[in-house]
Ligand binder design. Structure first.
Ligand code: SF4
Ligand code: SF4
Length: 304
């Protein structure tokens, strides 16, 4: 198994380098594509490195897991999906797609994750043949999700009230989660909004806000409309479940936290161990030279 920590640090370093080069409308889509490509290559390497490894049975055309789920995406993933749709659909189809996303965002505004599962609500990115229409730019969350048994996925989709563990490759999930975390750290260091949101609400903002990709890359927080109360409650519940699994008593100030880094910190504190320095909050990104410094240098040269 590859080191998740190394994956986090490598991806963070890539994001920092990219952001030092400049920020424009292509920044978010570029980062999202790099994340998916990196995760996919690392997964292949990991699978090739062990002969006894059982492999998941997932296929592009299998989609039980795309029904009744709530997918979390990063902002850069919402931006690349919006870009993909804009470049592959006709003007009329694109406008219909935008309308469909806006309606679905309204319909699901207060829909709890369990009700989503009960209604088997299909992801709006599924095409008529049952494949993901944005497979080449799908979210890391989808790329990490997997199963050794497609019939277990089908059964769970059709019996949402009966919990059943789906056997899956934890290494695949860990690789894509580590890439996600690396990207988050790189963005946080540069002061760019690194939050994640539910897919449909984030996509709506990415499709409707003028120049969303460029404004986000320049540091604007324009995705507040995607931050829905129901998603926060779901994430808080998942966070509390996770902390119970690890047997950690959360301090009161973390009662509403959804940040896995907070859980790491609480775990380390509960065990009386310092947090590994590599997982401490990322240091702020330092540009080689700021635009103002360059301007001052140019002026000084002219004076000479
Ligand atoms: S997770 Fe399950 S439903 Fe999804 S692609 Fe894999 S086997 Fe199919
Ligand atoms: S984005 Fe694609 S892979 Fe992910 S849930 Fe939607 S259809 Fe499935």
């Amino acid at each position: 198994m590859l080191s998740p920590l190394q994956i986090i640090l490598d991806e963070e370093s890539f994001v920092r380098q990219e952001l030092r080069k400049g920020r424009d409308a292509s920044t978010g889509p570029k980062l999202a594509q790099h994340g998916l490509r990196t995760g996919t290559e690392l997964l292949k390497k990991d699978q090739a490195g062990t002969s006894r490894r059982r492999l998941p049975v997932c296929k592009e055309t299998c989609s039980w897991c795309c029904r009744g789920v709530k997918v979390d995406v990063s902002i850069q993933e919402a931006l690349v999906i919006a870009e993909h749709k804009r470049s592959t659909l006709s003007v009329e189809m694109f406008s219909q797609f935008r309308e469909q996303i806006a309606q679905l965002a309204e319909q699901t505004r207060d829909l709890h994750v369990d009700d989503r599962a009960r209604q088997q609500l299909p992801c709006p990115l599924l095409d008529q043949s049952g494949s993901c229409s944005v497979y080449e730019v799908r979210p890391l969350r989808c790329a990490g999700h997997n199963s050794y048994d497609a019939s277990a996925c089908e059964w769970s989709c059709q019996n949402p009230d009966l919990a059943r563990d789906i056997p899956a490759d934890a290494a695949q999930q860990a690789i894509f989660s580590a890439v996600t975390m690396g990207q988050q750290r790189g963005l946080v260091a540069a002061g760019i909004d690194a939050r994640s949101f539910e897919l449909v609400s984030a996509l709506r903002v990415a499709l409707e806000q003028p120049n969303a990709a460029e404004r986000w890359a320049k540091g604007e927080r324009l995705f507040d409309a995607a931050d829905r109360r129901i998603d926060r409650e779901d994430r808080e519940a998942a966070f509390r479940d996770l902390s119970r699994t690890y047997g950690v008593d959360l301090p009161p100030e973390l009662a509403h936290s959804t940040d896995p880094m907070e859980l790491f910190r609480a775990l380390a504190a509960a065990e009386g161990r310092p947090l590994p320095p590599e997982l401490a909050p990322p240091a702020p990104l330092r540009m080689e030279k700021t635009p103002n410094q360059l301007k001052r240098e140019r002026r000084a040269r002219k004076k000479k």
